[in-house]
Design a protein around this ligand. Structure first.
Ligand code: FES
Ligand SMILES: [Fe+2]
Length: 409
């Protein structure tokens, strides 16, 4: 809606499209040109894709109630904040997976995450001071190292000994990957889904990051994210798509690490903004636990990548971080134009969740139909299998099989 009001918006988009087309024009679509594991996965997926191009065997639409557990996967890494929000010697209070946390960066640049609660009398440590080496509580000045260990209690008089090693603030594993801080919600990161790494982007930071609070449980945010049928209704706008643009689609999927991938295809012809990428782009969309969607749009010379990470803030509260990466330098100049587009898009999803929340009061059963809701079913199956695998102390076994899905959107 915001874009209807931009004077000359169509003109600017037209110019942008021409610029993009010119820059991206090139020989055949590059498939393995980006190198690394991503390219390997990509070429393997293409092979599987070829074997999958056959019609689905049944047109029957089955009904199933969803089997959401409602549980937050604690043994998982979650996107916390862009690294630029945590400077050396600064503390940032941040709620994640139902815990009040404190994020910080020490004098050496290492990030850390602690429970934001002084073990003495429970004052949030984020109200205190941090000099890059020790956090000092604002109430009685107890000091703590970034690993959570107590390093000093100013009130102790001479001769009063206390074993400080027995006093700790709970620390959560924290890592900075490609400029973003991820925090682990449990105790044992070994055997958990890895933090997504985007090999084609190297140390390149996201060109655009939008953070949006979502008023609902992570399950609803994730299934909304992967839901192909809401586009023509929720994201209807002149710059993206119209209700009339609805048509039948067929996409091949294959299991991929910790999730599934929509195999290479041409971007939806009814989504106008994709034309901005120009050339003959190919898209893959990967989903992985606990709630990360990575969409890669590639041409011979360039890549546009959308990574959306859903983070549980509490039981009925989530946050969506949408990161857009691109390799086209001139697109950076258009960032002021793209930012409101991305924000408007996320707001549409957030607004529909606001409405859904009203109906979800009382936790009614929900329906998942073939084929449009199959990805949502997959998400619940993946989640259930991961919970089972952790409980049984065994390796996660991806329960999904390659499949072609058809729907209208
Ligand atoms: S509450 Fe933190 S030092 Fe007393
Ligand atoms: Fe959406």
């Amino acid at each position: 809606m915001a874009f209807r009001m931009v004077p000359g918006g169509r003109f600017v988009l037209g110019v942008a499209r021409r610029l993009l087309n010119r820059t991206l024009r090139g020989p055949a679509i590059g498939r393995c040109g980006t190198g690394g594991c991503g390219a390997l996965l990509f070429s393997n997926l293409q092979r599987i894709s070829a074997s999958l191009r056959r019609p689905t065997t049944s047109l029957a639409t089955s009904l199933a109630t969803d089997d959401r557990s409602g549980a937050i996967l604690r043994e998982a890494w979650y996107f916390a904040v862009p690294g630029s929000r945590v400077r050396i010697g600064k503390l940032l209070a941040k709620r994640l997976f139902g815990e009040q946390l404190l994020l910080g960066r020490d004098h050496a640049g290492q990030v850390f995450a602690l429970r934001d609660r002084c073990p003495h009398r429970a004052i949030p440590l984020s109200f205190g001071q941090f000099d890059g080496r020790e956090i000092e509580c604002c109430y009685h000045g107890w000091r703590f190292a970034p690993d959570g260990g107590c390093t000093g209690i100013p009130s102790l008089a001479s001769g009063q000994s206390l074993d400080l090693s027995k006093i700790r603030v709970r620390a959560f594993p924290a890592r900075e990957v490609q400029g973003n801080i991820w925090v682990y919600g449990g105790d044992d990161p070994a055997g958990a889904p890895e933090i997504p790494y985007l090999p084609e982007m190297g140390e390149r930071r996201a060109s655009l990051i939008e953070t949006m609070p979502f008023p609902g449980a992570i399950d609803h945010a994730v299934t909304g994210l992967m839901d192909p049928a809401h586009g023509p209704f929720v994201h209807r706008s002149w710059w993206w798509r119209s209700r009339r643009s609805i048509h039948e689609k067929e996409k091949a999927f294959a299991p991929s690490p910790w999730g599934f991938t929509m195999l290479p295809h041409a971007p939806s012809r009814n989504s106008r903004a994709y034309k901005l990428v120009g050339g003959k782009p190919e898209t893959t969309i990967e989903f992985r636990l606990p709630g990360v969607r990575i969409e890669r749009i590639r041409t011979a010379r360039h890549t546009l990548l959308n990574m959306t990470a859903v983070t549980p803030i509490g039981k009925d509260e989530s946050e969506v971080n949408h990161l857009i990466y691109w390799t086209m330098p001139w697109l950076t100049a258009m960032r002021p134009l793209l930012r409101p587009l991305a924000r408007a898009f996320l707001r549409q999803d957030r607004d529909i969740m606001e409405k859904q929340r009203i109906g979800l009061a009382g936790d009614p059963p929900l329906l998942l139909i073939n084929d449009a809701d199959v990805q949502a079913r997959w998400y619940y199956r993946l989640k259930a299998e991961y919970l089972r695998a952790r409980a049984e102390g065994r390796e996660f076994q991806n329960p999904l099989k390659p499949r072609v899905l058809r729907w209208r959107s």
